[in-house]
Design a protein around this ligand. Sequence first.
Ligand code: ARG
Length: 578
Amino acid sequence: MKDTIRQLLQQALTQLVTDGVLPEGLSPAIQVENARDKTHGDFASNIAMMLAKPAGLKPRDLAEKLIQALPASDDVSKVEIAGPGFLNFFQNTAALANRLDAALADAHLGVRKSGPAEKVVVDLSAPNLAKEMHVGHLRSTIIGDSVARILEFLGDRVIRQNHVGDWGTQFGMLLAYLEENPITSDELSDLENFYRAAKKRFDESEAFATRARSLVVKLQAGDADCLALWTRFKDISLSHCQKTYELLNVKLSMADVMGESAYNDDLANVVADLRHSGLLVENQGAQCVFLDEFKNAEGDPLPVIVQKADGGYLYATTDLAAVRYRSNVLKADRALYFVDQRQALHFNQVFEVARRAGFVGHPMRMEHMGFGTMNGADGRPFKTRDGGTVKLIDLLNEAKERAYALVKDKNPTLPEDELRRIGEVVGIGAVKYADLSKHRTSDYSFNFELMLNFDGNTAPYLLYAYTRVASVFRKLGKGFEEVTGTIVLQAPHEQELAARLAQFGEVLNSVADKGTPHVLCSYLYDIAGLFSSFYENCPILSADTAEQQQSRLRLAALTGRTLKQGLELLGLETLERM
Ligand code: ARG
């Protein structure tokens, strides 16, 4: 609906330019907001106030002219001027009801992508395989997963790329340790301990450190024995990741792994090609690219180093190779990088160097979808009691346990296996939702009590809201799809729920565009609240007429399907009862 109003306003503006009321060459961003007080309209725009000055008119006079120039539309029943010059739009409830009926008849709930379908690379998760996944990898994994699901739902072709850290100097140390201690996979079940033991040897023994360094060189030169050991270690580490992904209900598989090592053979080419394009400068033996726009606060240049003096390549070199692969081989139109905000400079540099070097052959928009840090309840970086990093799998298991205890307390009579299942869905959902519902660029504090609360913008609240809708239909012995009739919007609570339900597509398009799942979270939270008021004020089972009952049931069915679909797009499972 906001899009429709924007289009109508755009047409009116064009008309006013033709009429000479507005000067040519204006291209204002037309803002349309949900009105807070629905008695004065459903949507509001401040465009007349924005353009009053260039038009040389009072805002209310320009608003008047805009209304006259607005093309007629079935979706709008009335437009009024309010306050200093706001335009208030009243939605045509019959058109709105038709739209919702059409959504109910559609497997995609009437949602369409606003632009053409694209091929999109989503770079997500990407832990370093030398260690176990820790809480720092949660955000990239679940925010990236949700955005990937939404892009797919809108019809984009998504290619997930798990750019795992599986190369580099730590691996020499681990291989040297594996060589000394022929360890079984069982003993490698705790990678954290293994890494610590290897690091200890490395720090204590000069001979061991030398051996480790020589193994990196051998590994990178393709020595068969080294590669075999490395492959074994990598397989075990990836199987740990895979277990975490499954517990997290994240759509990532081994087939999505495209680690740093995959670009190894191309790194020398990257450096050679940068040299050809005249971008390389040697600085103290290292190969660097200097770009004018990258300077530190003192004005000193911040080079991108692509090869060290000892010949070794760096993180940026691999990312340059990856950009080239994603554009030229995968032919992606867009590449989204879900990586910690602290890597912003790295990505800005890589993207710019890649463009200048002509590595982006197929036009590809590159977007760093950065995110803030997950802190502990004390606001400091999340750590174990003794200051160590928290293993992600431990955190998730604790969430399951806590949710199980909570649900058992509320519902002691449920069978044990159902309690376990609810505990898992609620516990994992709570951890994910708490993260997804914050703007990704802000830091946030991890807090079990808050995220497991049944009130407020939390997973338990939304999962419970869904079970309430489901229970209406269970009592009737019907599925969401089985309600006939049409939607007729009369009561204000019906209209408000309906208006918000009709915005699902708009919300998903905005999340896909900006990579911000928190917008979908707030939307679902609104829907749950609006449903609850509707349910209290508009009786369904004791409705006045059969038509009214069908209409209300259809609104409830669309609410149920929207909540379930929305939660699934966030990567949350739903329950029929809890
Ligand atoms: N492994 C890196 C880290 O843990 C993240 C990689 C992100 N993706 C990328 N293309 N650089 O910091």
